[in-house]
Design a protein around this ligand. Structure first.
Ligand SMILES: [Zn+2]
Length: 383
């Protein structure tokens, strides 16, 4: 066995109604004024007010920035960071799906260290964080509440840059299943498959360890069993709880084991064509699972049993059964069939492949991958 190290440094609070613990946790980190980073939809439906009210009930003032967009960009980070500085806040509440969480982490970096978020691209460039983050996901999910990564789109080069640092891991994560009951169906499907991809890629990653495997396989079981009932009825309490827990476990797994070709290739799809992250991943997933099958030494069987819940004998299993299962899952969840369907144009494949090859996730993908392979995979997913 390869040696490995592991730590889960954040504090996690899980359970229906746990949003009410926000002020208590804010006080625990010495917070007097919160800067809530969220999105326009959550603001419109009154969820941001709910968050602010919870804080006010315990004497913590807040200001909110609610302009985060899907695939959030460097300008949004600049704007939000300026707002934080002007607000006099001393901690950040990241409230929403992956975008607000990414923006919150990037804002924490910029307000603590100065400069522009682009200066912190890569791993280990952040010196310190003076603005602690309490992360409250409202989707299941990106797992961003427990990861050391923030992904921000740089429109000047159509590129999704990644900032990786243990300092940007939120101090607290509040996972309240009640907050994910009102997620729109399409978002629930895309975010759910994204969480499944996190677990699957972490499990297959060359950087996987027995610890990350344990989280990944449990996540696959939870998501596999609950994604369809949850998307069908987001207020299904049991399914929502299981999805939120699954996405948390998947987040823990991939923050240690990293990901693979699906994420490496989906970032350029989102950066060039503004396709939602979860949709881009879901579309690419079956094709890449098929590609990686050549390197499989038994993990595909584990994944298949976990996601399908079928306890079949290994002699009755072939790797094609997993990619078929995932294609059918996409179809039943209403995920668009291919890259063509979501408006990707072939003439960008070459630059997209160049960008995909820059991702660190290519290096931990189970099958060695070249630019020619990436081009081939984009073409295969182009339907
Ligand atoms: Zn993802």
């Amino acid at each position: 066995m390869e040696s490995f190290s592991f730590s889960i440094p954040q504090n996690i609070v899980f359970g229906a109604g746990s949003l009410k613990r926000l002020p208590e946790l804010g006080k625990r980190i010495g917070g007097k004024k919160a800067y809530i980073i969220s999105g326009p939809h959550l603001n419109k439906i009154g969820m941001v007010d709910k968050c602010a009210d919870a804080l006010r009930s315990e004497g913590i003032e807040s200001e909110a920035f609610t302009e985060t967009e899907g695939n959030p960009c460097t300008d949004t980070v600049k704007k939000a960071a300026k707002g934080y500085m002007e607000s006099g806040a001393d901690f950040i509440v990241a409230f929403g799906g992956g975008s607000p969480l990414d923006v919150a982490k990037a804002v924490a970096v910029v307000v603590s260290n100065g400069g522009d978020i682009t200066e912190y691209e890569g791993v280990g460039k952040v010196k310190e964080i003076t603005a602690d983050i309490i992360a409250i996901p409202t989707t299941a999910g990106t797992g961003s509440e427990v990861t050391a990564f923030a992904v921000i789109t740089d429109h000047s080069r159509n590129y999704k840059l990644t900032v990786g640092s243990e300092h940007i891991i939120p101090k607290y994560a509040i996972l309240d299943p009640e907050l994910i009951y009102s997620v729109p169906e399409k978002t629930a499907a895309a975010c759910g498959v994204d969480a499944l991809v996190h677990a699957l890629e972490a499990y297959l990653s060359l950087a996987a360890s027995p610890f990350s495997d344990m989280f990944a396989i449990k996540a696959l079981e939870l998501i596999g069993k609950n994604i369809c009932p949850y998307v069908a009825d987001r207020s299904n309490v049991k399914a929502a709880e299981a999805m939120l827990l699954g996405s948390l476990f998947a987040g823990i797994a991939f923050s240690h084991a990293r990901l693979g070709n699906v994420h490496a290739m989906s970032h350029p799809v989102s950066a060039y064509f503004d396709v939602p992250h979860g949709v881009a991943n879901a579309i690419l997933l079956p094709t890449i699972v098929e590609f990686n099958a050549l390197s499989d030494e038994g993990k595909y069987y584990d994944i298949y049993r976990a996601v399908s819940g079928k306890n079949i004998d290994s002699k009755d299993f072939s790797s094609g059964m997993l990619s078929d299962f995932l294609s059918k899952l996409n179809e039943s969840l209403g995920i668009p069939a291919g890259l063509k369907t979501v408006g990707v144009s072939k003439d960008k494949f070459d630059v997209m492949a160049d960008d995909a090859m820059k991702s660190g996730n290519i290096l931990v993908n189970p099958r060695k991958t070249t630019k020619a392979d990436i081009l081939n995979l984009y073409s295969k997913a182009y339907i």
